[in-house]
Design a protein around this ligand. Structure first.
Ligand code: ATP
Ligand code: MG
Length: 270
């Protein structure tokens, strides 16, 4: 078994969550030759990797590389054409409902209800996750303080700035304390300060034992991940820690690594 000892050397939040050492080597995500075809087109092409408990795993790739398609399979939302996936200990093909119950998912498209208030969204999703009214109330109060959202509690979600919405969507995705949370471009379109604050929430979640699987097009965020995979035309072309990838590709930063790999892409998507 490959022994992986995760420390996030580049993180500006290093030390904040006390997550420098991960002792439990439990595999939370296992993908083995996972493949998805749409007709004759192979969107995800035999991808294999493992993610350990408490890890922040960055899932990178250009537009159309196959990130969302792969993530939807891992979340039990779309059945693979071939290959195998195990998430939170459950088989994605034969136990998708158990997978869904043990994960959080923040989709690429905003997933909360804009025409419901902040607290109504939390109550709705808490109920869907099977939490009791008492648990929901307690956790909502805690969350409003943590996010500094007390004034927003009674506002319609549609009226909030994008950064607030994303923080709320993430908090709702982990409200039920899932084993793993899948984040599909969670910080798309927001400014660098807000993105950095969002990453503080990610680090806080990992400090509480939640594994994070995240896609992003921001290469500064790739540096914050423990390990990163880079997908090109449905295949994983590289997978390692940011430090090792930079060494391997003789690059100054992750942007240079990404450029070298993504340049090979034949698939054009927007
Ligand atoms: N339901 C579908 N039917 C046919 N083709 C699809 C379907 N869903 C996705 N694709 C195609 O599969 C490829 C991968 O799409 P996917 O959305 O997974 O990419 P992505 O890496 O998430 O891209 P982005 O960074 O733009 O979100 C694309 O070429 C896309 O057009
Ligand atoms: Mg996508």
């Amino acid at each position: 078994m490959k022994l992986i000892f995760f420390t996030c050397q580049n993180s500006p939040f290093r030390g904040l969550g006390g997550r420098d050492t991960i002792n439990n080597m439990e595999k939370v995500i296992v993908a083995e030759s996972l493949t998805k075809r749409f007709g004759h087109f192979t969107a995800v092409d035999h991808i294999s990797f493992e993610v350990e408990k408490g890890e922040i795993f960055g899932f990178l790739g250009a537009n159309g590389a196959g990130k969302t398609t792969a993530m939807r399979m891992l979340c039990g939302l779309s059945k693979q054409t071939s290959g195998k996936g195990v998430v939170a200990g459950f088989d994605i093909a034969s136990q998708p409902e158990l997978v869904k119950r043990n994960i959080g998912y923040m989709s690429q498209k905003f997933s909360l209800y804009g025409d419901l208030k902040v607290w109504e969204n939390i109550e709705l999703f808490g109920g869907i996750y099977g939490m009791t009214d008492e648990q929901i109330k307690l956790k909502t109060d805690e969350l409003m303080i943590k996010l500094n959202f007390e004034e927003e509690r009674n506002k319609l979600v549609s009226s909030l700035p994008l950064g607030f919405k994303q923080k709320l969507a993430f908090s709702v995705a982990i409200f039920h304390n899932p084993r793993v949370v899948f984040l599909d471009e969670p910080t798309g379109g927001v400014d660098p300060i807000t993105r950095r604050k969002f990453w503080e929430l990610i680090y806080d979640a990992t400090a509480h034992g939640i594994t994070v699987f995240v896609t992003t097009h921001y290469m500064d965020e790739a540096e914050y991940c423990d390990r990163v995979s880079i997908m090109v035309d449905g295949r994983i072309e590289a997978l390692d820690s940011p430090a090792n990838l930079k060494k391997q590709y003789q690059a100054k930063n992750m942007d240079e690594v990404f450029q070298q790999l993504a340049r090979k892409a034949k698939r054009v998507d927007s």
